[in-house]
Design a protein. Structure first.
Length: 100
C-alpha cells in the first residue's frame, strides 16, 4: 500500500463506521457487542464479519467472557487500530483538501 492510499481495511463503509465508533471511546475503553450492534444498526452476522476482518488486521481486540452465567463479548480498538484510523482520517482530509 502506498503512503497516500487509503487503508482498504478501514475504507469499507461498515468497517469505517465500526472504527469511528470505537475511536470515539477513550483509550482502553471497550463496548459490549450488542451495544455496538445497536449503535451501528447492523445485524449480528454482518457486524461479526467486519469485526473479524478488523481483528485479523489487529485493529480491534475482541474479548469473550462471562458475567455470571451469561456470555459477553467486548470490542476494543487497539493501539494499532487507533493509529491506523488517525492516519486514515489525515489521508482523507489531505485528499479532500487537495493537499498532497
Amino acid at each position: 500500500m502506498s503512503d497516500d492510499a487509503l487503508d482498504p481495511v478501514i475504507h469499507a463503509q461498515a468497517r469505517l463506521r465500526v472504527v469511528a465508533t470505537l475511536a470515539a471511546l477513550g483509550r482502553g475503553d471497550r463496548i459490549a457487542f450488542p451495544r455496538l450492534q445497536r449503535l451501528l444498526d447492523m445485524t449480528a452476522g454482518n457486524l461479526s464479519t467486519h469485526l473479524r476482518r478488523l481483528e485479523e488486521a489487529e485493529y480491534v481486540s475482541i474479548t469473550k467472557t462471562y458475567e455470571g452465567r451469561t456470555p459477553v463479548t467486548y470490542v476494543e480498538l487497539t493501539g494499532a487500530g487507533r493509529l491506523a484510523f488517525e492516519r486514515y482520517t489525515e489521508q482523507l482530509r489531505a485528499l479532500l483538501g487537495g493537499v498532497s
